[in-house]
Ligand binder design. Structure first.
Ligand code: ZN
Ligand code: ZN
Length: 179
């Protein structure tokens, strides 16, 4: 049976899994389970000159770790991710593929000198997780400003969109329970 496996990339335990599980199960109609401890070595993805981790590297390491998994993989990391052409990324996914990765590093208001807010943080994490997983189901970026597939390059843009797919994006997800 197909499932969605959430893989914490860092050694630290994953907080907020409960709300993530509920949201992902509802969004994709797949059972969601959590890997208790990942054994992915992040060292080769680290770029000391940028003090960041190369997102595409971690994504392929994730697939190598679970090559026979049936369904989708979602890696979650607290580290700051980049791809060479961009200053940072909130996440990355294989279009129509098996795996996606999301970084929580830039989702916390504390990073921007504001008081930490767990509600806002979890809201952003859910949206980015659903967004990246949407790509693994073949969805591209959407022009609807409140659709979760709308592209976000700053947290303010994440806050503007909803955690839901617009009707057009939802209809393009073939295997979904229509919730
Ligand atoms: Zn995207
Ligand atoms: Zn849409």
């Amino acid at each position: 049976m197909k499932s969605l496996l959430v893989v914490p990339i860092d050694p630290a335990p994953l907080e907020s899994f409960g709300m993530l599980k509920r949201e992902l199960e509802q969004s994709f109609g797949l059972p969601v389970s959590l890997v208790s401890a990942s054994t992915i070595d992040t060292t080769p993805a680290y770029d000391a000159s940028r003090n960041q981790y190369y997102s595409s590297f971690l994504l392929s390491a994730l697939v190598k770790q679970y090559p026979t998994h049936e369904g989708k993989l979602l890696g979650i990391t607290k580290t700051d991710l980049y791809v060479p052409v961009l200053t940072y990324v909130f996440g990355e996914a294989q279009l129509n593929g098996m795996a996606a990765i999301v970084s929580s590093y830039r989702l916390d208001d504390a990073l921007y000198g504001l008081p930490p807010n767990r509600g806002i943080f979890e809201d952003r994490l859910m949206k980015e997780a659903v967004h990246e997983l949407g790509h693994t189901f073949g969805l591209l970026h959407c022009r609807q400003f409140d659709c979760v597939m709308h592209s976000s390059t700053a947290v303010e843009e994440i806050d503007l969109k909803s955690v839901h797919f617009c009707p057009l994006c939802r209809s393009a997800l073939p295997n979904l329970r229509k919730v």
